[in-house]
Design a protein around this ligand. Structure first.
Ligand code: ZN
Ligand code: ZN
Length: 410
């Protein structure tokens, strides 16, 4: 058994051991990848994928709990050979399928295989946790799980996502929050007794127009979208009910909260003017991904020095932050407000963006599988460094603390 030198990053033997463990599991990982890809499951119904992954982990000696943190298809799998040490959420597979999430699961499993092999071989203290987090696309799985206490005892969280055209550990997403508005009025004959009615159609039209006016005075990086879903049934009846669905986006969670504070009075004002009442139903909040640059830089270095990426395909972090900015959102952001983390993106051979048939097709190829494994190896390398390299982890945590203080979270 090798003696672990604490306070040092992993050496080449450790990384070789991790890579060999992942390569050794390749056939099984390919089988799992394809099985999920061939059996897409929608949000909160990821039953087959959940069973497939948790059974596999259990057979490899992981302690698995299913149906955790308020979601039936969520799971938490823990691996530890010695007590103490740091707890690292090495991977967060989203086991939905709409945008190549079979690859996320594969890459996360690869990473888990690598880290657990190194922990066993080196008799390392610490815990690696693999979280199954369903319903990323619309249900906000991680928002629900975080509200129920997930990630509280974790020191770092790591995951990946496939992308067309580029690979980078820097993930720039927006914070977003969807909500539904329901106005309640009073029905009446529109011609015979309009004075007895309270018009819910007017209320939602007014709110919609109010948003249009508010848009002129919001930050360029903020956006508000909305649709009216229902606003009455016939012109001769004053509508007593109307409903709309809306979405807010900002650069980050604190700015989003400011925008939310400005949108609420628009709805209250529309209700007051029309004599209606309004209810707002807030869905899952997707916070922006706060990329931990210390973790990200080490991931980038390992990709270049150990895993065969060309430097021009793994550009410096500041360049990537500008070049690869995404307007989308990911519930991984919520985790990065609880503990330091990254969501690395790896290139797959897709000719189109996520949520398209071409991307879906590319998610099943051998090329994409190999890239998922390469990302999994890089995450396993930095994962083991989180466990054994005190100075490195000190920098990771100091950066995160600083970011959270700036965001008003600490
Ligand atoms: Zn996705
Ligand atoms: Zn998606």
């Amino acid at each position: 058994m090798t003696v672990v030198q604490r306070q040092r990053s992993s050496n080449v033997e450790v990384r070789n051991l991790i890579a060999a463990a992942i390569d050794g599991a390749n056939d099984e990982l390919r089988r799992i990848n394809l099985e999920i890809w061939n059996n897409p499951e929608v949000m909160f119904e990821e039953v087959k994928a959940c069973k497939l992954i948790t059974d596999w982990l259990e057979a490899r000696g992981w302690a698995v709990e299913r149906g955790v943190y308020g979601i039936k298809t969520a799971f938490e799998a823990r691996f530890s050979v010695r007590p103490g040490g740091r707890t690292q959420v090495d991977a967060l597979p989203e086991i939905g399928h709409a945008c190549g999430h079979n690859l996320i699961a594969t890459s996360s499993l690869a990473s888990a295989v690598g880290v657990s092999a190194a922990m066993t071989s080196l008799n390392l203290p610490g815990t690696v946790v693999l979280m199954g987090t369903p319903a990323e696309e619309t249900g906000g799985g991680k928002y629900i799980m975080a509200n129920n206490g997930a990630w509280k005892d974790c020191d770092a969280c790591i995951m990946t996502h496939g992308m067309p055209q580029f690979s980078t550990p820097v993930c720039i997403t927006k914070a977003s929050w969807k909500f539904r508005a329901k106005f309640h009025g009073k029905a009446s004959h529109a011609a015979a007794a309009p004075w007895n009615g309270r018009n819910a159609c007017d209320a939602i039209v007014m709110a919609y127009n109010g948003i249009g006016l508010l848009r002129q005075q919001i930050s360029k990086s903020d956006s508000i979208q909305g649709v009216i879903l229902s606003a009455g049934k016939a012109p001769n009846i004053i509508p007593d009910f109307s409903e709309g669905s809306f979405s807010l986006r900002s650069n980050n969670a604190p700015e989003l909260e400011l925008l939310r504070k400005r949108i609420i009075p628009v709805f209250e004002g529309a209700a007051a003017t029309t004599g209606c009442t309004v209810e707002l139903f807030w869905d899952a909040l997707y916070e922006d991904v706060v990329t931990n640059m210390t973790l990200a830089e080490r991931y980038r270095q390992y990709m270049i020095t150990e895993l065969g990426m060309r430097p021009e395909d793994m550009v410096p972090l500041d360049v990537a932050a500008i070049k690869y900015e995404q307007n989308g959102s990911s519930d991984m952001g919520n985790c990065t407000y609880i503990t330091p983390g990254i969501q690395a993106m790896f290139r797959i051979d897709a000719q189109d963006m996520p949520h398209t048939p071409l991307f879906q097709k590319a998610s099943g190829t051998d090329f994409s599988h190999a890239e998922a494994l390469r990302a999994g190896k890089a995450n396993a390398f930095i994962g083991i460094d989180v466990l054994i390299d005190d100075a490195f982890y000190g920098d990771v945590h100091a950066e995160w603390k600083d970011a959270m203080q700036k965001a008003g979270r600490l």
